[in-house]
Design a protein around this ligand. Structure first.
Ligand SMILES: [Zn+2]
Length: 451
């Protein structure tokens, strides 16, 4: 097996992936496959963009000799983004596996799907110029790749998307920045909050990772929230809906790519998820300092206080995804019955309104918003009043046709059982063909017109 000849120097804040890309250029490997053979475990491995990847024993030995692995991981991979806020034991476990015992990073912590804005490797035009001047070549910087990062915090200009996908999966290529970057004139953000938020994320990303302290991030955020209008003085209940609404308006104005949703915030506060971007959004919105967030100082009493707060309202913390699984089929059946009329005594189809669902299922307020499956079901049944009225007219027509056994019936009969008023009829008629055949639609229109 070919062995690594030598490794180039690794640059400040450079991704390990970028370093391997430069190895590929420097050693004059003719093909990507050749470079892979010298670095990776076997031909089926793809190089990891965000971590180190599965190295072959020789490459691993060489790198472990040259570097303190924990330093390489915390300074040259995206580990600080994914592991910053996870529980201590999981943090240590991830460090070990990335450094010494390869396993897919998806098993080490949650790696969320990427939004469009984060789908490519990003670069800063001025960093490219500077790197070429100082080092003779461009390279991929880590901090530019943070999710939701839109600005180079060094030069304050907007980052540029390259053609290189940020995903590692199925990407069997090394794409050196030097030959991939697209040089554009730097553009500057006029939004000072956008710049401030990016600087905040970069500072959180760069802050030292403490491997001794194990204070849950949910407790840190709980105590930061206690000083705000989003929590009752007693600390016993939070106004999460109001908090998320305000926060979403705030970040909409800043214009960031992926704004935390209600369920994402909820899961962070319930100690179920530890997403870097969501936590940075919460903390920046709460005006927390970098130190308050990254080196929190809470007593055991304070930590317990937060733990207890989960139990106050629901007695036990609810597992939202389990709850969603449980409720979804019940909701599906109920929504279907309401829609076709099986839920009412007369058999009349109804609109599946949130109000009705909350009442029938006896759900606490705003619950549907944090249950993705249930929410999707509700979206499926989403319709305007006019469309529902059209369905009711068709139902009334069929019912009267059957009951009257072919004898004529009139608009007043239809109105009585359908509950549809004539003043709305112009907006209702266009929906008829969507729910019945042309002949029936025409017959209904005739009756409405009294012909
Ligand atoms: Zn820059």
């Amino acid at each position: 097996m070919p062995v690594i000849a030598y490794l180039p120097e690794i640059y400040p804040d450079e991704l390990v992936y970028s370093w391997f890309c430069r190895y590929y250029i420097h050693t004059g490997c003719i093909t990507n496959a050749m470079a892979f053979q010298e670095i990776l475990y076997n031909r089926c491995n793809n190089p990891s963009k965000e971590f180190i990847g599965h190295l072959n024993p020789d490459a691993a030995k060489l790198i472990q000799r040259l570097f303190v692995m924990d330093d390489l991981i915390t300074k040259h991979t995206m580990y600080p983004q994914y592991a910053r806020f996870i529980p201590l034991q999981q943090k240590k476990n991830a460090l070990y596996h990335i450094g010494y015992n390869f396993c897919d990073a998806h098993h080490l912590f949650a790696i969320l799907p990427r939004t469009q804005a984060d789908s490519q490797l990003k670069h800063c035009p001025l960093c490219v110029k500077e790197d070429r001047k100082n080092h003779g070549e461009a390279y991929w910087h880590r901090k530019h790749q943070i999710r939701n990062m839109s600005i180079c915090t060094k030069h304050k200009c907007l980052l540029v998307n390259s053609d290189v996908t940020a995903k590692s999966e199925q990407s069997f290529t090394l794409n050196p920045a030097e030959i991939t970057v697209i040089l554009k004139e730097p553009q500057y953000s006029k939004n000072t909050l956008q710049v401030a938020f990016c600087e905040y994320m970069a500072a959180v990303f760069d802050a030292p990772i403490n491997l001794d302290s194990d204070i849950p991030i949910s407790a840190v955020l709980y105590h930061a929230m206690r000083k705000t209008k989003y929590m009752k003085q007693s600390g016993k209940s939070r106004y999460t809906k109001r908090f998320v609404d305000d926060m979403q308006i705030y970040y909409n104005n800043i214009g960031i790519g992926s704004i935390a949703s209600m369920s994402q915030v909820q899961r962070v506060l319930l100690q179920d998820r530890f997403d870097f971007s969501v936590i940075c959004q919460i903390a920046f919105f709460l005006n927390m300092t970098i130190d308050e967030l990254t080196t929190p100082d809470l007593t055991n009493r304070q930590i317990n206080q937060e733990q207890r707060s989960h139990y106050i309202k629901n007695r036990e913390p609810i597992d939202l995804s389990e709850y969603d699984e449980k409720i979804a089929p019940i909701l599906e059946k109920l929504a279907h019955d309401i829609y076709i009329g099986a839920a009412s005594e007369t058999g009349r189809p109804e609109r599946v309104s949130e109000k009705l669902i909350y009442r029938e299922l006896n759900l606490p307020g705003h619950r549907l918003e944090i249950l993705p499956k249930c929410k999707a079901i509700m979206n499926n049944y989403n319709e305007s009043y006019e469309e529902c009225w059209a369905r009711r007219l068709i139902w009334a027509f069929d019912k009267l046709t059957t009951e009257e056994n072919g004898a004529p019936f009139y608009w007043s009969d239809m109105r009585k059982i359908s509950g549809v008023k004539k003043k709305n009829i112009d907006k209702v008629i266009p929906y008829l063909p969507k729910h019945t055949d042309r002949k029936t639609a025409d017959a209904i229109i005739k009756i409405i017109q009294g012909k």
